[in-house]
Design a protein around this ligand. Structure first.
Ligand code: ZN
Length: 251
């Protein structure tokens, strides 16, 4: 089975469309959450996400924009974006957002694989470093977990006698590229496809990944997209300017 993994789209329609156009053939789309928040196209991105697939986990921004959590953990810029998003969402999309499930999610017929937003233990936990990742892999019931939330493409692995951080390596900063990562059957993995709509790994290109469960490999993608258009729409929407400027540096 070929699973297209989209995460942290954050209402960036321009980045999302570029990723969908660049995606190879797939059987199922799994969306790892943070569909909205930050970007200027929350309704369009929700509607497009629903067309693409039906497997979702909610993100912390989805919860906040749906009014299911307060914004205690949000910085002022993120909080303003939540308030803006709430006022823009249609009633129908707001209701849909409210019903999004907490992880882990599973895909029928795909054993040993789970999908979460933050970590296998806590949907709001940031897995940034190997020690935390190792702890959560110890507790994960599945050898393979796909996660988002950090906006950093890559992940972690633990084998029989080694553990490591995975970071894809690319040749350029501005072209469409892929990085193939073959998996080992006896290792445990946490794999982050990266953020479609607001990358924070110093690469402005939109990120996603494809998991091929038969070949047992992950292919990471970086896709240039009309970032100026996404930025202009954030400015026109009177969202905080920082949400526009950060897109072109990937931070
Ligand atoms: Zn996010």
């Amino acid at each position: 089975m070929r699973i297209l993994l989209l995460s942290d789209i954050h209402a960036n329609l321009e980045a999302m469309e570029a990723c969908v156009a660049a995606a190879p053939g797939y059987d199922v789309v799994v969306n790892l959450g943070d569909i909205v928040g930050y970007g200027a196209s929350p309704n369009e991105v929700i509607e497009r996400s629903r067309q693409l697939g039906k497997t979702f986990v909610r993100g912390n921004h989805d919860k906040a924009c749906a009014g299911l959590s307060n914004m205690a953990d949000f910085n002022p810029v993120a909080g303003l974006a939540v308030i803006w998003t709430r006022t823009m969402l249609s009633q129908q999309n707001l209701a849909w957002l409210r019903e999004l499930p907490a992880g882990p999610a599973f895909v029928e017929g795909l054993d040993g694989v789970q999908f979460v937003h933050g970590s296998p233990l806590d949907e709001d936990e940031y897995l940034l470093l190997l020690p935390e990742a190792l702890t959560s892999m110890d507790y994960a019931p599945s050898p393979m977990t796909f996660f988002g939330h950090t906006h950093i493409q890559g992940g972690f692995l633990v084998g029989a006698d080694d553990a490591a951080t995975i970071r894809p390596v690319y040749e350029t900063r501005d072209e469409q590229e892929t990085f193939d990562f073959p998996l080992q059957r006896d290792a445990r993995y946490l794999i982050n496809p990266g953020s479609v709509g607001q990358p924070r790994d110093n690469d402005w290109r939109a990120a996603f990944a494809l998991f091929d469960s038969d070949k047992y490999s992950v292919t990471y993608y970086r896709i240039p997209y009309p970032v100026k258009k996404a930025q202009q729409r954030i400015i026109e929407a009177q969202l905080p300017e920082r949400l526009a400027t950060r897109l072109s540096v990937g931070r």
